[in-house]
Design a protein around this ligand. Structure first.
Ligand code: FES
Length: 102
């Protein structure tokens, strides 16, 4: 049975933005895709990049370290040099708060 971890309030991440949030022992990147929230690990799978410092366009995040790209909904790599998908979390929005299942 997965447990729920509260990540932030809806208003903490503006539409079209990504923000780094620490929740428990997780360091997450929280994306607001025009009202649709997605959450991934913040650490790029390719190296020291922090995805929350990258560039979000639609549902694609570009790591600002070597310009690798991931789809933030599925975690799949969409541009090299990244090879390993980023971990995504099932995300629930309820009563103005964002939660992930872990
Ligand atoms: S550290 Fe992210 S693309 Fe290399």
């Amino acid at each position: 049975m997965p447990s729920r971890v509260e990540v932030c309030k809806v208003e903490d991440v503006a539409a079209g933005e990504v923000r780094k949030i620490e929740a428990g022992d997780l360091t997450l990147a929280v994306y607001n895709l025009d009202g649709d929230f997605c959450v991934t690990d913040d650490a790029c799978t390719h190296g020291p990049g922090s995805l929350s410092e990258g560039f979000l366009e639609s549902d694609i995040i570009e790591c600002n370290f070597h310009q690798g790209k991931f789809n933030v909904r599925t975690g799949e790599v969409v541009a090299p040099p990244c090879m390993v998908p980023i971990k995504t979390y099932r995300t629930i929005v309820e009563n103005g708060r964002v939660y992930v299942e872990v």
